[in-house]
Design a protein around this ligand. Sequence first.
Ligand code: CA
Length: 464
Amino acid sequence: MGFTHAAAAKKQPNIVFIFSDDHAYQAISAYKDPRKLVETPNIDRIGREGMLFQRCVVPNSICGPSRACVLTGKYNHINGYFNNSNCKFDGNNPPMIEMGKQVKREGYVTDIIGNDSLKWLQQRDKSKPFLLMCQHKAPHRPWEPPIRFLNHDQGRVYDEPASLFDNYENRGLAVRDQEMTLEKTMNRLDVKLSVPGDLNPEQRKAWDAYYGPRNEAYEKLKLQGKDLVHWRYQRYMHDYLGCVKAVDENVGRVLKYLDDEGQSDNTIVVYSADQGFYLGEHGWFDKRWIFEESLRAPLLVRWPGVTKPGSEFKGIVSNIDFAETFLEAAGLPVPADMQGHSLVPVLKGEMPSDWRKSFYYHYYEFPQPHHVRPHYGVVTDRYKLVHFYAPDVDYWELYDREKDPNEMRDCSGDPAYAKTVEELKAEVLRLRQELKVPEADEPWHFGGRRGDAGAGNVKGKKTK
Ligand code: CA
């Protein structure tokens, strides 16, 4: 037995799985956003020496549920983690959970996670292959950049996305009735007009030196309407991208460690995020929607000797595939009830003829915190058909990304698309059956606002 185990272990690669909270693909230079928002040389390196995935989509675009999909290889209606409930995130000098105990730590959270990852790598049992899950949170709201990256862009004026002033016409109530705009939802803490409470005196001094005079100048302007949105967008980009730079630096530290230790050739490195994120598109921040910026996560994978450097995959993959991928790469059996597909054949450069052409999406959390109505739908290369089913709504929308890449027009009522709607409705039904989605959709049930039913359980309607 000992011999068998040792022989198997020899073939097993190490896996370094780096996963960031709310890191938009638009904020990774390898994805070539036309705004050229930031340079991320270390994350880009993973793709340059491996594979960049152009369409990694998530089953439910929100933090906790996305992680549950990664850990189980199953959808939320199977793994039971539908929404975030009382999730709380902390920024500088964060409390960290170590073996179940909360410990207050000094420093920037991304650096602490980088330090801990390296410490763990150094102290590991070097006779065995390892799996390291290195999970960064910095790009999550309220986007507090590290002190060293205040003014990282030296006052650059960022290009705005074409849909920054989207007026939400040609779409249904759900898109109009959300609470996630830069104009109405972004608060003073988000844009650093309030100071985070957890800075030490030295950090506070540097913080005030950067934001103080800029905030004073802003307060004098008394901006409103579009002018306010222009200003908030610039502040948002400065802060968010400063967080991204810290993540990229810490990715670089891990890659360098693997190089220095001679482990790079025997280690799969994966970089991804728990969902996509809006960087001003449609006037929004946050995520949740089936729409592209929210649905799509970055994914770059380096596997020396297996994956061709600089390769790219445009087919639909998902974080639901990660668990099966890691298991297959490690030579371990894949439980039959997992719902993804191992990416190992794709990483080997094969294009399996039966690779998925459609993907099921389902979002549940409502009404808090952003008043995005529950919805489910099907995603293909070209189309999205989505059903907004609760509360007080029951309608379908169709988006044609070929004709309408920014997803600004519901074309479900256009007779030219009647056949497409019919086919995609059948596909949704097929996927729901295949994935064992219960006929009555999961309850939405958080908070209570604007006359909503609050903590009630509202049964969704059956698929039509
Ligand atoms: Ca997240």
